[in-house]
Design a binder for this molecule. Structure first.
Ligand code: FPP
Ligand code: MG
Length: 296
């Protein structure tokens, strides 16, 4: 991974020293996409560079997302918009993704197209997320389209591109990436409900307060009686008291909404593992199992 970190920094330095200084202030994350590329395509110069490109684009999307969400922290540290303001965060994001695209053009058309199309979808997904957060959304199809575009599409394109780079079955790995992204987002939505503030490292039950009716909430609304439905409606976008938070958590458990969401994420995960079974790749298997077989 050091090669990839160094490559990211070289790319940014080629554009501008000041941008690199700013970038070093941003928190780095788990590098899931970069790891996926190396685990699929193996170690090579072109795999490192592709990994750096995808991480540049992903970092740009988070810089813009934190401006859109007015988020003052990212992974427990101050966000760039909190430190230097929205304008700087937007401009740094612009530098990162345009440099990513500049470097992407030297790859095969299949790869360049897959990643570019994913970033267009990412932007549509973000817009859907913002629009769906304006009022309660009970439409599962819209929820799945949104998380596919916002979260899964870039992971899918990343896995597809890594497979193409190394001459492997790109459809199988694309499915793995897609389902990894979908399962990741559903589990993220579950943990917002089941984990404490301490376990999450950020406030729990934040999604509903921010207007997001995630999958567990959609399932919960489907199962509640009239009185509980109106109680849940009254808590939408509200700063919750301890009792109200406990009420939501209890209903989520007793209705089976949380379990149903976890089971769907697991189904997607196992389907993905089946698709890449032929590759006998224990690293990719572990990545998925760690996510879907964890404690909730
Ligand atoms: C995080 O969502 C946001 C994304 C995964 C995608 C954001 C995409 C854009 C802003 C489109 C622009 C793209 C580029 C390349 C500039 P979240 O807010 O649900 O998650 P969080 O808790 O990590 O903030
Ligand atoms: Mg956000």
């Amino acid at each position: 991974m050091e090669e990839i970190e160094a490559q990211i920094e070289r790319f940014i330095k080629e554009v501008d020293e000041h941008a690199l200084k700013l970038y070093t202030k941003a928190s780095k994350g788990k590098r899931l996409r970069a790891k996926l590329i190396i685990k699929i395509a193996g170690e090579s110069e072109s795999a490192y560079k592709l990994a750096a490109i995808v991480e540049l684009i992903h970092a740009a999307s988070l810089l813009h997302d934190d401006v859109i969400d007015d988020a003052l922290t990212r992974r427990g540290s101050d966000s760039i918009n909190a430190l230097y303001g929205d304008k700087t965060a937007i401009m740094l994001g612009d530098i990162l993704y345009s440099k990513g695209f500049m470097e992407l053009v030297s790859y095969d058309r299949e790869i360049a197209e897959a990643i570019s199309a994913a970033v267009t979808n990412l932007s549509v997904g973000e817009m859907m997320d913002v629009n769906l957060s304006k009022s309660i959304n009970l439409n599962q199809e819209l929820y799945f389209e949104m998380i596919y575009k916002k979260t899964a599409v870039l992971i899918e394109a990343t896995a597809r591109s890594a497979a193409h780079l190394s001459g492997k079955d790109s459809e199988a790995f694309a499915l793995y990436g897609k389902n990894l992204g979908l399962a990741f987002q559903i589990i993220d939505d579950v943990l917002d409900i089941t984990m404490s503030d301490e376990q999450l490292g950020k406030p729990s039950l934040a999604d509903f307060k921010e207007g997001k009716t995630t999958l567990p909430y959609i399932y919960l609304f489907e199962s509640l009686n009239q009185q509980d439905t109106s109680t849940l409606n009254s808590l939408y976008k509200k700063e919750l008291t301890l009792d109200e938070g406990q009420w939501i958590r209890a209903k989520m458990q007793e209705s089976g909404a949380v379990l149903k969401s976890i089971e769907l994420a697991q189904k997607l995960g196992y389907e993905a593992l089946e698709a890449i079974e032929f590759d006998k790749n224990s690293d990719l298997e572990r990545v998925m199992r760690d996510m879907i077989e964890r404690e909730f």
